[in-house]
Design a protein around this ligand. Structure first.
Ligand code: HEM
Length: 412
């Protein structure tokens, strides 16, 4: 496929004069609900053209079943990666080698095959004691004082340390990793800053990979190199760098923000908090519901039709863009009765918070364990946890690819 898509702003929906903006405003009444336009769209206009902040027009797909169909369709490409429809300075280009989120077909399958062995249930469960230890250490640290920022003192360090542990990144470098991955994923920095930050992280990872090539250890990077070398197309340095970077970026803010938003939503729904505390053994069910309810990949999943296809009865032409609005699918009343209600006893593992289809989150089992351990520890060890001050709309990161909080001052 050509590097640049000349028709970026010339897709068929643009022939309509009245194309609305992509709905990205949360209702004032509840910071956890997606744009209220989705309720009407699901009922009346489930596949509809919208204008994206990145400049192109796209088909917005808002019903659960249609979203799954789009994300599972091999005629639909992930080349533009998950949320690039929201980046005003997005410049469509061919995916970089190793950028697992943006490759399709056999190239994607090759990368995923090499990585998947690192995310088996067995390997993830083996990390549980480490996750428990760092969680407890951070709670001990918090409890030494009278208040804390739950985001920076607890939620961000945990996934960051876990990824560092998996990759074999020394503990001493974690502050740099945390800072840089936030710059990469946030919308606050301009494209030039994000690119410079990505380059700095890549340079760091390159050194780490070079070390592991000479002296393998028992870590993900060493095993990835070895696994690639067993195939007829070993991973090249650029692929290894970008794969490692992808893990860092994909697994850090997503998990951290799900932790703080979960606590925020539970404090806003005290009966749900009480239900969780009364039945700690149901933490797995509660975490699935929180993932569904919060849908932190808040702007859905951006895709590109490589062939003509039909979605929800609408003809989509090759060369047109699609947004699988997972944040809307997770609130589809046809699938989830009282979908806007947080109900930690709801039994469901089919939500779309981890996406669906070939690119469905490879780290989901790890994320589940981190969330289960972190939330259980907070509920049990900090029973008086409460907001230090009421949350304002500006505390919520409305403009991040990943929804979350800028900070969460708490006391107990
Ligand atoms: C609550 C936490 C998380 C959420 C909500 C989440 C969400 C997602 C979503 C929606 C996708 C699909 C994107 C698409 O189709 O374009 C995805 C893919 C991915 N996630 Fe996660 N994720 C989480 C945690 C993690 C963790 C902990 C890791 C690893 C350390 C991780 C690594 C990845 C990778 C590598 C992909 C790309 C898979 C592929 O393209 O085949 N994620 N994630």
């Amino acid at each position: 496929m050509a590097g640049k898509l000349a028709h970026v702003t010339e897709t068929r929906p643009a022939t309509r004069a009245d194309i609305p903006e992509f709905p990205a405003t949360r209702p004032e009444s509840c910071p956890f609900d997606p744009d209220s336009a989705f309720t009407r769209l699901r009922a009346e206009d489930p596949v509809t053209p919208v204008r994206c902040p990145a400049g192109m027009d796209a088909w917005l797909v808002s019903r659960y079943e249609d979203i799954r169909a789009v994300l599972a369709d091999p005629r639909v490409s992930a080349r533009a990666a998950t949320s690039n429809h929201m980046l005003p300075d997005y410049d469509d280009a061919d995916p970089l080698p190793g950028a697992i989120l943006s490759h399709d077909g056999e190239e994607h399958a090759r990368l995923r095959r090499l990585l998947i062995g690192e995310f088996t249930v067995r390997r993830m469960e083996a990390l549980r004691p480490y996750i428990q230890r760092i969680t407890d250490e951070h709670i001990d640290g918090m409890l030494k004082g009278a208040d804390a920022d739950l985001l920076t003192d607890f939620a961000l360090p945990i996934p960051s340390l876990v990824i560092c542990e998996m990759l074999g990144v020394p503990y001493a470098d974690r502050d740099m990793f945390q800072h840089d991955s936030q710059v990469l994923i946030g919308f606050e920095a301009d494209m030039a800053t994000r690119e410079a930050t990505a380059q700095r992280l890549r340079d760091y990872l390159r050194e780490l990979i070079e070390q592991r090539m000479v002296e393998p250890r028992d870590d993900l990077v060493s095993r990835l190199i070895a696994r690639g070398n067993e195939t007829d197309r070993p991973l090249i340095m650029e692929e290894l760098e970008i794969l490692a970077l992808s893990l860092l970026v994909a697994g850090h803010e997503t998990t951290a923000n799900t932790i703080v938003l979960s606590m925020s939503a539970l404090l806003a729904n005290p009966e749900q908090l009480a239900a969780m505390r009364a039945a700690p053994e149901t933490i797995g069910t509660a975490v699935e519901e929180l993932l569904r309810y919060l849908s932190v990949v808040q702007f859905g999943i951006f895709r590109y039709a490589t062939e003509d296809l039909t979605v929800g009865g609408i003809d989509v032409k090759a060369g047109e863009w699609l947004i699988a609005a997972t944040q809307s699918g997770n609130r589809d009343e046809q699938v989830y009765p009282h979908a806007d209600r947080l109900d930690v006893t709801r039994k469901d593992r089919t939500h779309l918070a981890f996406g669906f289809g070939a690119h469905q989150c490879i780290g989901q089992q790890l994320a589940r364990i981190e969330l289960q351990v972190a939330l259980t520890a907070l509920l049990q060890r900090v029973p008086g946890l409460r907001l230090a001050e009421p949350q304002a709309p500006s505390d919520f990161k409305h403009n991040g690819i990943v929804y979350g909080l800028r900070s969460m001052p708490v006391t107990w």
